[in-house]
Design a protein around this ligand. Structure first.
Ligand code: PLP
Length: 341
């Protein structure tokens, strides 16, 4: 197989259309057989449920080329299950997890020439999603849905080293208690766009959202969970029903506890105690861990001792171990790596 001649280091995080995608339609109470198609455009009625009332959910995961040349995915079974949870909360018929795995396998395999080579730092981003596709004008769930998976190659998240970012405490809220913050719904992102554009205009990389009931506790950013390292080397992360359960964070927990011997505390994290932590990072599929050097809170800078030049020491260990597992240079826990081809 000939790899595409792309400038892997500089393609960034943009949509690059690839050859094949997977489509399955839900109608009369059942998902059809589904299959690959070269048709990248979706044609739906002007009144489709997704267009009127945003009935949609999605997933995001990556395929990589490992050191031995295998093309693999990282824990896609957990994405499949999370999509079931999202779908149920949004009155979308869940797509069966075993079919989710077959679909992502098929799309990655069919676009193997777009999977960046080992060592490039780039990867193939996989986007499964479901949306209500038939006309809905009274407020109710759609009866017909489409599940799709497409892939797009993405460049290395960090070019020239992982420089810590500065984020701000947002005056907007992300997710209400008992709302939809814990599922991967498109609507959670739609309402965050204004807040993130405003934060970027002010020179910040991201918004850190507080719990909206009391605005005293830290929750997460628009698209990544947050972790802290205490001065005595413990990993602390907020616990809340309105945080999206990050697969990266769950994997970091496992690595911390079972490989690195780091103690974990998942609990309420008050904004007032954030100044006492030694290191801070954001975790998600895109960056694995993105170091945070500074949090801006209404005129006050909270600066982490790890500084603005490089990742903190403990964060770096977690990052190196998890990316080593993904790339095949460190042995993976049972079931974490799914070989595609
Ligand atoms: C997808 C997402 C994350 C990260 O989840 P991963 O499974 O680690 O990629 C974190 N927060 C939000 C709001 C998300 O949508």
């Amino acid at each position: 197989m000939e790899k595409k001649q792309l400038d892997w280091a500089n393609i960034g995080f943009n949509y690059i259309q690839t050859e094949q995608r997977y489509v399955s339609n839900y109608k009369d109470g059942a998902w059809d057989k589904g299959g690959l198609t070269t048709e990248a455009n979706v044609v739906i009625n002007e009144c489709a449920g997704v267009l009127q009332y945003s009935q949609s959910c999605f997933e995001g995961l990556k395929a990589h080329t490992q050191v031995n040349g295998d093309i693999v995915m990282f824990r896609p079974d957990v994405n499949a299950q999370r999509m079931v949870d999202s779908a149920k909360r949004l009155e979308i018929p869940p797509f069966p997890p075993e079919r989710f795995l077959e679909a992502v396998d098929a799309v990655v395999k069919a676009n193997a020439e777009y999977v960046p080579p080992y060592g490039s730092g780039a990867s193939l981003y996989i986007r499964p999603y479901i949306f209500g596709s038939n006309p809905v004008i009274g407020v109710k769930p759609a009866d017909e849905f489409q599940f799709r998976v497409f892939v797009t190659p993405v460049g290395p998240y960090f070019k020239g080293g992982a420089k810590p970012i500065t984020i701000k405490i947002s005056d907007f809220d992300r997710a209400a208690p008992r709302g939809t913050g814990n599922v991967k719904a498109g609507l959670n992102y739609a309402m965050s766009l204004h807040a993130v554009v405003a934060a970027h205009d002010e020179g910040f990389a991201e918004n850190l959202y507080l719990d909206c009931a009391t605005r005293t506790k830290v929750e997460e950013t628009g698209g990544a969970n947050i972790i802290f390292i205490t001065k005595d080397g413990k990993l602390v992360t907020p616990k809340s029903e309105s945080i999206l359960p990050s697969i990266t964070k769950r994997s970091i927990f496992y690595v911390a506890e079972n490989i690195l011997g780091i103690e974990i505390e998942e609990r309420d994290v008050y904004l007032s105690e954030v100044k006492d932590f030694a290191e801070c990072g954001l975790c998600g599929t895109a960056a694995v861990i993105c170091p945070v050097g500074k949090i801006y809170d209404h005129g006050t800078d909270i600066c982490f001792p790890a500084g603005m030049e490089k990742m903190g020491e403990v964060t770096q260990k977690l990052y190196d171990t998890l990316t080593g597992i993904q790339m095949g240079t460190i042995g993976a826990p049972e079931g974490w790596i799914r070989k595609v081809c």
